[in-house]
Design a binder for this molecule. Structure first.
Ligand code: SF4
Ligand code: SF4
Length: 427
């Protein structure tokens, strides 16, 4: 049957979605998905589950969430990996990543917000005010954070439309900040306890930690399979899975990723690679690529190279580190903090650990070159590019800097630049 992103106007109406507009977006998304994903040859069978997830992105998963809400479960919308989803899951809640990756809602946001802020923030805010994101319509509240200026000031405006809780994320990683973050994690726990009417104990929290650790481990395993010379999966497909990790049911998701990994391991053993000739391997480092931002992956892979790693929050920063299991509540909460302190977002200063991580991941992925990707107006990632470039020069790693937004206008120019970069790698 022909692939279509499904519609459920009755459900959409019930949750306050702009039905006419979402119906149009659904058509565009269906077409884009067919062109970008379903035209890939010898695609792993295990991708069928993720195709289904995309087909049900505005229906099946939304229905599940609405039913969960009716049972009294709390639904949290988050924008950052520092929001402890282990606590949400431990209190039987659902944590949904809300980051916007579409140009479609940027003009909506620009009617209110300044144009000169990052497209991710504008896209997400636009999704809310234009009522075209069913997830934004079903979350009980938004859990924002004080990572970058664009986000933290937008929360004040977003709060006029939907309740927005803000968690303070300190910009340094000393003992003082560890204690501050611990207090913020405890405050978040109390907020969730009050909303869910449940009390967090060590047993519940350990269960939440195990569920999310299992999801992260499955993603680690998937990423490690890209380190083989035989490449069993495209970068585009892995990016899609990394995006789905933010809104699918965590246990079902982990099972499906594990099944896919079994299939990919079998492919590797049989020498079934995605590309017949040895392709150039590219690592991406930088700002998150939220659904449906496949722009750079699409350009690189259409030019015959393959993406083998994403050092990004929709990528390794999300799953590289697990929460250590502890046997009492306080230690377990500290373990959540300690995992967060290992997530090296560019908002931190100093941030040498991120540079070390990038170099480490580059070696592991056996990449031939690194493309540093930053969304326009993202000051922290743009400035940190300077140090990443210096490190790459020191290590003899070919480096290309790309700054882009979600609009299609620069695609031609980006293609030319990526092509020239790949040519230099081919020698
Ligand atoms: S890039 Fe930084 S601010 Fe954005 S999701 Fe990741 S950790 Fe949070
Ligand atoms: S991409 Fe940069 S500016 Fe945009 S939300 Fe993330 S950290 Fe903030």
């Amino acid at each position: 049957m022909e692939f279509q992103v499904k519609a459920d106007p009755e459900l959409w109406q019930r949750i306050g979605v702009d039905v006419t507009r979402l119906s149009k977006m659904r058509e565009i998304l269906s077409q884009m998905y067919k062109t970008l994903f379903l035209n890939q040859e010898i695609r792993p069978e295990g991708m069928k589950y993720f195709d289904e997830i995309v087909a049900n992105i505005h229906t099946g998963r939304i229905k599940e969430i609405v039913e969960a809400k009716e049972e009294g479960r709390v639904v949290v919308g988050a924008f950052c990996v520092y929001i402890p989803e282990e606590i949400v899951v431990a209190l039987d809640g659902i944590c949904i990543g809300l980051c916007g990756g579409s140009q479609a809602t940027v003009p909506d946001a620009e009617r209110i917000l300044p144009r000169s802020i990052c497209p991710l923030v504008k896209s997400a805010y636009g999704f809310r005010i234009s009522r075209v994101c069913p997830y934004f319509q079903v979350v009980d509240f938004v859990a924002g954070e004080t990572t970058c200026d664009s986000k933290k000031k937008t929360w004040e405006i977003l709060n006029q439309d939907i309740e927005t809780y803000v968690m303070e994320i300190p910009p340094m990683k000393r003992e003082t900040e560890r204690e501050l973050l611990f207090k913020e994690v405890v405050r978040f726990k109390e907020e969730l306890e009050q909303r869910s009417g449940m009390k967090l104990d060590e047993e519940r929290l350990l269960k939440g930690v195990r569920i999310i650790n299992r999801k992260r481990k499955a993603l680690q395993r998937l990423n490690s399979l890209r380190q083989h010379d035989v490449l069993p999966i495209s970068g585009k497909d892995v990016l899609l899975i990394e995006q789905i990790a933010y809104y699918d049911d965590p246990e079902r998701f982990a099972t499906k990723v594990e099944e896919l990994c079994d299939e990919l391991e079998d492919r590797i053993a049989k020498g079934i690679g995605y590309w017949e000739k040895k392709p150039l391997r590219i690592m991406i480092s930088g700002t998150p690529m939220a659904f449906p931002n496949f722009k750079l992956h699409n350009i690189v892979e259409n030019l015959g190279a393959i993406i083998v790693n994403e050092e990004s929050c929709i990528g390794t920063r999300y799953f590289n580190d697990l929460v250590e299991e502890k046997n009492n509540l306080t230690d377990q909460l500290y373990a959540i903090v300690d995992r967060s302190m290992k997530v090296h977002c560019a908002i931190f200063t100093p941030n040498e650990e991120r540079i070390e991580r990038i170099l480490e991941e580059y070696k592991k992925s056996k990449a031939d070159g690194l493309i540093y990707y930053s969304l326009t107006f993202c000051q922290t990632y743009l400035i940190e590019a300077v140090k990443v470039k210096q490190a790459c020069e020191r290590e003899g790693i070919p480096f290309l800097m790309i700054e882009s937004d979600y609009s299609p206008e620069d695609v031609g120019q980006l293609q030319t630049r990526v092509e020239a970069f790949l040519e230099t790698l081919r020698g």
